[in-house]
Write a protein that binds this ligand. Structure first.
Ligand SMILES: C[S@@+](CC[C@H](N)C(=O)[O-])C[C@H]1O[C@@H](n2cnc3c(N)ncnc32)[C@H](O)[C@@H]1O
Length: 155
């Protein structure tokens, strides 16, 4: 946060992703970790925030069943099932593959069709995959060849 502020960006939200299927704590001597945090910073005065689109995809509804503003608490499970990429031995291909729904929300919130999305820690490529699906261009950086080599095959 200090670095982003020093670069002249403005903090807007700290979004909490609550993983409602988080692994139980092994030690049983502290609270179980079940959250990750996302810093939502903007630059300049004309940032993109697709308010109406976020309302449309918000699973929470108001009491009368109509669309609700997206809150900064996002409850969704860690990547699992068919979506989770497996290696040849059937183990998870990437230890921290993010859920597609999470990236969908982030990219829809902060970009428009044709925009470029940058992920400097691409991993299994969830950002690139969803950016493409949502008609955005993308740039991904990943240090481990094991992950980049499989990117083309992601579907
Ligand atoms: C948290 S994972 C990203 C997971 C990704 N969002 C996904 O859905 O698969 C972070 C990734 O950053 C990569 N990484 C770590 N340091 C890096 C660096 N200096 N430059 C580029 N990639 C790096 C790691 O190899 C790892 O795959």
């Amino acid at each position: 946060m200090i670095a982003l502020k020093a670069l002249g960006l403005t903090p807007r939200n700290i979004i909490t992703w609550h993983k409602n299927n988080a692994m139980p704590s092994m030690t049983k001597r502290s609270f179980t970790h079940s959250c990750e945090y996302m810093l939502y910073f903007t630059k300049g005065k004309k940032w993109i925030f697709n308010y109406s689109e976020l309302k449309k995809i918000n699973p929470d509804k108001t009491k009368d069943g109509s669309e609700k503003q997206m809150r900064d608490l996002w409850i969704m499970p860690v990547c699992q099932g068919k979506e989770r990429i497996k290696d040849k031995t059937g183990r998870a291909f990437h230890p921290t593959q993010k859920p597609e729904a999470l990236l969908e929300r982030i990219i829809l919130a902060s970009s428009n069709k044709g925009d470029i999305v940058l992920d400097p820690f691409l991993g299994s490529g969830t950002t690139a995959f969803i950016a493409q699906k949502l008609s955005r261009k993308w740039i991904g950086i990943e240090t481990d060849d094991k992950y980049t080599s499989r990117l083309q095959k992601r579907e």
